[in-house]
Each structure stands twice: as C-alpha cells, then as structure tokens.
Design a protein. Structure first.
Length: 304
C-alpha cells in the first residue's frame, strides 16, 4: 500500500463524512447569517407586518411561498427566520416560511428536474413542491393557535420594533450588519456542528443497509426513508441526485425522503433550538412526519 493510499478505517470514514457535511453546509450558513445581518440593519421594524396580508390565514399562504423570491436552503433558513420574527413577522408565518423555503426554491426545483430524468421529472418536482407547501401551510395554521412567548427562545422574543436603524449612517449600518452576521454565524454554527457530528456518526458507524429491506412495502418504506433523510442531513439542493437513482425504492418513498429531509433532520433540530423551545421543535418534528406519511397515501394512489 503506497504512502498516498492509506488503509480505510472507521475513524477516517467518520472524519471524511464530518468534514464533507460541514464544508457543504458552512457556506450556506454564512450566506444565511449575512442575510440575517442585513435584515437587522436595513429592514425597518414592522415593515413585514405591513407587507403581509392583514388576514392571518392569507398571510400564512403567502409566507409559505416566499422561498420562491427569497430562496435559502435549510442550512441558512434558521438565522433568517430568527431575524424576520424579531423584525415583526408573525411566528406562524415564520414557521411556514422556514419549512417551505428549502423546497420551494428555484435551485431545488432545477436540481430535482435534472435528477429525475424522463417522464417522472415534472411529476416528482411538482409533487415535491405541492406536498411541501401543503405541510408548511398546515403547520403554520396550527402555530397560529399557539402563543409566541410559549415557543420562542428569550433571545428571539426581544422586541425588534424598538430597534429601527434606518437613521444610522450607511457605514454604521454596514458595520452593524456584519457584526450581527458574525454573532448569528457563531451561534448557529455551534449547533450546526453538533448536528453534523451526530450525523457523521450515524452515517459511518451504523449499518443502514437494513433500510433497503423495506423497499418493497410503501407502508414501511415511507417512514424508513423519512428516517434516512433525518439521519443523512443532505442539502436540499443535492438530495434528489442521491435518491433518484435508487431503483429499488418506490417513487412515493422517494417523495417522502425529499419532502421530510429539508424540513427536519439532525442538524436542523439543533439549529431550530437556537430560535424555538425544545418542546415546540419536537412537536413540529412529529407533526411534519405525520403529515408526510398521511399525504403519501393519496400520492401513492396517483402514482400507482
């Protein structure tokens, strides 16, 4: 064995997986925190409330499709939503946007179309967008009935309306934006790293081959693929390329993978907890899983 061809090892596999996910996600977190910093420095407090429809239900429907015009992947979504909520976005609207944006995203649409070649491409892409939108709206409706103070962390509950920086000079606004981005990056990045660490352990130290034994039964394959998406913590811009070529899996189980993963995975759980209380995060995770499983039933009938 040559000096440039080290023997494979469990530790080497772990560090390769850890660094791969970390380096893939870090630029998106940086982008998200920079957007967060500019929102804090340049967006006047209360402006979002004026822009969204007055009707709270209509506002959720609009918020769930905002990813088409403010596209961010799941790695970048949490700092953006934290800042938007502090700037006056209703919590229910923020949650709807947070869940939908990583899927209802031009880059994700294109990657899904290219991953599923042939006749399945358009159907799988539209199905992914529609199912994600329905789930985001339903979860947003449920959150409407919850008091914001009972689900938000104390740091996010601080009133952003009293911090209007519109009168600051341009250079001070830029400095404020960069300082805010730096704080958010360190805060979110810490939780992201912990999530990636756990994901790397699952990916390299545990046998996942057993999941393929469920491939022939959608009743078992759908939750199994949701579990796999949760563990793998793939970026929504690339996950379709991973799952599309697996021929033994049904289309509906692939759809469950593509919808659940961008909304809830190991690293996202830790990142969500920088903005929301643990009990709320667990509730959203269980709710999203139940909705994906239920919606896969009519989709399986259509596909069949």
């Amino acid at each position: 064995m040559g000096i440039f061809s080290p023997e494979p090892s469990a530790a080497g596999d772990f560090w390769y997986a850890f660094l791969s996910i970390l380096l893939e996600g870090a630029p998106y977190i940086l982008l998200g925190t920079i957007i967060s910093g500019f929102i804090h420095a340049y967006l006047p407090g209360g402006l979002l409330e004026k822009m969204l429809p007055k009707n709270r239900i209509a506002a959720i429907f609009v918020s769930a499709i905002m990813g088409a015009v403010l596209p961010v992947c799941e790695c970048a979504i949490v700092p953006v939503v934290r800042r938007l909520v502090r700037k006056g976005m209703p919590v229910a609207c923020g949650v709807a946007y947070m869940l939908a944006a990583p899927v209802i995203n031009p880059v994700v649409v294109i990657s899904t179309l290219f991953a599923f070649k042939g006749n399945d491409a358009a159907f799988m892409t539209v199905s992914r967008l529609l199912m994600a939108y329905i789930i985001a709206v339903v979860v947003g409706m449920v959150v409407l009935r919850v008091k914001p103070a009972s689900v938000l962390k104390d740091a996010v509950k601080e009133d952003g309306h009293s911090h209007d920086h519109s009168t600051l000079p341009a250079d001070q606004k830029l400095v404020l934006a960069m300082r805010t981005a730096m704080r958010d990056f360190l805060d979110t990045g810490l939780y992201f790293t912990v999530g990636v660490l756990i994901t790397a352990v699952f990916n390299t130290q545990l046998d996942q081959g057993g999941l393929l034994t469920f491939a022939g039964n959608d009743f078992l394959a759908v939750p199994a693929m949701m579990g796999l998406a949760f563990i793998l913590s793939l970026c929504s811009t690339t996950d379709a390329f991973i799952v599309a070529p697996i021929l033994v899996l049904s289309q509906v189980s692939k759809l469950a993978f593509l919808v659940f993963g961008p909304m809830m995975d190991v690293k996202l759980v830790f990142m969500y907890m920088t903005a929301f209380k643990k009990r709320f995060v667990v509730g959203v995770a269980l709710g999203v899983a139940a909705l994906v499983a239920v919606l896969c039933v009519p989709w399986s009938i259509v596909i069949g």
